[in-house]
Ligand binder design. Sequence first.
Ligand code: AMP
Length: 353
Amino acid sequence: MASGLQIRQMHSFQVFRDVPPLRQFRRQKLLENRTIGLVPTMGALHEGHLSLIRQAAQDNTDVVVSIYVNPTQFGVNEDLSSYPRTWDADVQKLEELNNELSAAESAASGQPSRGRITAILAPTSKVMYPTLPPTSDPNGHGSFVTITPLATKLEGASRPVFFRGVATVCTKLFNIVTPDRVYFGQKDIQQCVIIKRMVKDFHIGTEVKIGPTVRESDGLAMSSRNVYLGARRRAVGLVLYRALKAAEDAFKSGKVSRSDILGAANRVTQDVLSEQQALPPSERVLYEVDYISLADPESLDELDVVDPSKGAILSGAVKMFPIEDPKSGEDCGLGSGAVPVRLIDNLILDPST
Ligand code: AMP
C-alpha cells in the first residue's frame, strides 16, 4: 500500500490497479470538461506505442495508457509466459514522453494546449476477470465478446482464440475507462477492423482512431516480439515487408488482379527462401509463410480483383524458425534464438492510389 502511494507521488501520472479509483478519476475529468484518449497496450513499449500516445495527446486533454498482458488472447501453445514484461522501462518511457509533450507546448506558446499522460491502468487478472479465471480454451467458460466472421480470418485462422481475447479485453477496458477516443496501430490491421466493427455493432460511445505503422529505418515494423529475433533472423525478417512492397508496387503500376498483385509478393518470399536454403545451417534462416492476403478493407474477404474505388488490405504473416547452429558469441536475441517468431505486417492499398 505504502509503495503504491509512493509510485503515485513519484510520477507525473497516476497508476491505477483497480476499477473504482479509476472510475472516480474519470468522473472528475468529465466534470472538468476534459477529454480522455485511451491507448491499450501489453507493455514492452516502443516507438509504435509512443506514436499512438502522441496522437492521443494531440486530440485529448488526458491520455490513459493501459498496460496489461491479456491471457485470453494467447493460445495454449503461445508465448504468454515469455512475453516481455518491462514495467520499469515502460514507466520511464512514459515519463520521458510527458516531458517531451511539456517541452513541445512551451516551445509553441500560444498554441492550443496539448494533453498529457495522466493515468496508467495496470490491472491484475483478478480485476480484469473477476468471476471465472481467464481461459485460452476455445470451448472454455467465461464472458466473451466474439466478432465473427472477421475473427476467424487471417490471423484468426491460425490463432482461434486471439480475437475473442482482444475483443473481450478491449470491451472491458472501454467500459472501465469510457474514453472519448481509443487509439490502435495499423500494424495490427485486423485488430483495427475488428475493434471498429465491435464499437459500431455494440454502440460503444467512443471514436476509434488508427495510427500509422512505425518502422525501423530499414522498414521492419516495430514489435515487442522483435527482441526475440537476434541479428540473423532480424535481417531475413525484412522479407515480409519487401514482399508486401513488391505487391504494392504491382498495384501502383495498374495491376488489379489477385494473381498479379500476390504473385509479386510470393516471388520475393520464394526467392529469399531459396537463397537461405542454399546456405549452411550455421548461416541460414528458414521460415514459413503463413499467409499473404489481399482482402476487402471492411469484410476482410479475399479478393480476386481489387476495386480501385474501394482499395484493399495487403497483409501477411511469416513464421521464422529457431536459429540453427548458433556460432559462439552470436547475437541470437532474447531466448537464445530457440523461440520461433511470428512476424506480421500489412500495407493498405489506398482507393486514391
Ligand atoms: P501491443 O502492446 O503489441 O498489444 O500493441 C498495442 C498497440 O500498439 C496496438 O494498437 C498495436 O497495433 C500498436 N502497435 C504495435 N506496434 C506498432 C507499430 N510498429 N506501429 C504502430 N502501432 C503499433
